[in-house]
Write a protein that binds this ligand. Structure first.
Ligand SMILES: [Ca+2]
Length: 70
């Protein structure tokens, strides 16, 4: 299991708080196991605005019934 201590020992440094990122992944897994429930989150890094610096695009989960109902 990865811990903060083991990551720091491997040379990684936590910079999330200092970067201002406030993302928390939320999923809404149900017993129906719709794809969007079980594979719901992720992040993409791309230069969306063409300024030469990577931008982050986060995707979160959703309750499938709300999505299916429109
Ligand atoms: Ca950019």
């Amino acid at each position: 299991m990865l811990t903060t201590a083991s990551l720091e020992a491997a040379g990684f440094e936590g910079v999330t708080a200092a970067s201002g990122i406030r993302f928390q992944h939320r999923k809404s897994a149900t017993s129906r196991k719709h794809l969007i429930e079980s594979v719901s989150g992720g992040v993409a890094m791309l230069d969306y605005d063409g300024d030469g610096r990577l931008d982050l695009y986060f995707v979160n989960g959703a309750v499938a019934d709300k999505v299916l109902d429109g």
